[in-house]
Design a protein around this ligand. Structure first.
Ligand code: DI6
Ligand code: FE
Length: 402
């Protein structure tokens, strides 16, 4: 197939070896068969590409297409009522203990068909795609029976067929203890989480295994049992850790070679060191921090000092982060966490790809990666983080350029 070259772009390739932003003025990117075959300064372009068909973008900014590496995009109902309760004083944990919270979404999700779940999630997925997202991770975790977890994962897989987007699934049956197992988390793991994992894996529905390690959810010992089974099936693991308290979840995750540990407001030095040693990505979720009015900041200085890769994501879910905008997430990461716009953009491109085990395929604009590029009506990449409620996407390129 003949290559196509895009020109008239300022390129923020986000290559790690080319700070800041991997910026290239007057750049060109050549693609063929869905792959980037060459990227760089236009005047350096090999002669063979000069006669290729080219499209001029009039000086716009090109970045890697965005990656939302932590979402709960598939769910039933909404939790506006709980939002009201929290505004009159109840905490997230109190709502959860009173049978609301995650469990409320579980009953709504159990009551919905796979088709209805797909339809509901498409609304949110289309918002993300409309902001240049090409890859989205989607978790189960609101079914909490074998059949309902499978239903959620099938819905997630179907989303990737309904739209030109890459979906990576995470099996999150260890998200909450359902009411029928209240006080009996170990039995829930034995009777639902582990057999459900085997069934979902056998159907090709699982790209990674996740859990929620927290006082209102599962202990590190319980998560270790879940991770041991995941690893025996050859599945990568990740964990919601240190979101509301410090149970040492990140350390456990790192010791299991986790792709990522997510949330991390209460992460301590030992957890940071364990993640650094294991190469586990820190996925920070400013939408949940904002919604829960958390005041404990994730330990950014320590993460930076130890060289832990940092990604950010929407955590789109009906309770703690009803957020379907990755651009707003960039702004929140900068304003709330004091991340730099460059770190934030890396967090939804290169580092988000790393958090999903996709570094070889996507996350930067360079030869050998998939042709997944976002073209923006902005001059400088910091503008993507700076504005609030503004979507400057001009064009999203996903594989083939038509
Ligand atoms: N932490 C979160 O922030 C989400 N899940 C989790 O483990 C919240 C899910 C919800 O409230 O529905
Ligand atoms: Fe989450």
């Amino acid at each position: 197939m003949r290559p196509t070259v895009i020109t008239g772009i300022r390129l923020a390739s986000m290559r790690e070896d080319a700070a800041p932003y991997g910026l290239v003025e007057d750049a060109a990117v050549a693609m063929a068969e869905g792959m980037i075959v060459w990227a760089g300064t236009r005047s350096d372009m090999p002669d063979a590409l000069r006669s290729a068909e080219s499209v001029d973008f009039g000086g716009r900014l090109a970045t890697p297409a965005l990656i939302d590496c932590h979402t709960h995009l598939v769910f039933g109902g909404n939790r506006a009522r709980e939002f009201e309760m929290r505004l009159t004083g109840a905490s997230y944990e109190e709502v959860a203990r009173a049978g609301g919270g995650i469990v409320a979404t579980v009953s709504a999700t159990r009551g919905m068909s796979e088709d209805a779940l797909v339809e509901g999630a498409l609304q949110r997925l289309d918002r993300l795609i409309g902001e240049g997202v090409a890859t989205v991770e989607i978790k189960s975790g609101y079914g909490l029976t074998v059949d309902d977890e499978l239903k959620m994962l099938r819905a997630a897989r179907r989303l990737g067929q309904c739209r030109p987007v890459r979906v990576k699934t995470s099996y999150l049956a260890a998200h909450a203890v359902p009411p029928e197992y209240r006080g009996n988390a170990d039995a829930y793991i034995d009777e639902v989480v582990l057999p459900g994992m085997e069934a979902a894996h056998a159907e090709g529905l699982v790209d990674a295994v996740d859990g929620f390690c927290e006082g209102i959810a599962f202990s590190t010992d319980q998560m270790r049992r879940v991770f041991d089974r995941a690893r025996s099936l050859g599945l990568p693991v990740k964990l919601h850790a240190e979101q509301l308290s410090n149970l040492g979840g990140a350390k456990l995750a790192a010791s299991c070679g986790a792709l990522s540990a997510d949330h991390l407001e209460y992460l301590d030095e030992a957890g940071v060191a364990a993640m650094a040693a294991a190469g586990t990505v820190a996925v920070l979720l400013p939408g949940a921090f904002y919604t829960l009015r958390e005041t404990q900041l994730p330990p950014l200085a320590a993460l930076r000092r130890e060289g832990v890769p940092i990604a950010i994501a929407t955590d789109c879910n009906p309770g703690s982060s009803p957020l379907a905008s990755l651009l707003l997430t960039l702004n929140m990461a900068c304003t709330l966490f004091r991340m730099t716009p460059e770190e934030a953009l890396a967090g939804v491109t290169r580092e988000a790809a790393r958090a999903l085990g996709l570094s070889a395929e996507t996350g930067t604009v360079e030869a050998g990666k998939r042709a997944e590029i976002a073209v923006w009506d902005v001059e400088h990449p910091a503008e993507l983080s700076y504005r609030i409620g503004f979507n400057p996407l001009h064009r999203r390129i996903m594989g083939e350029f038509e």
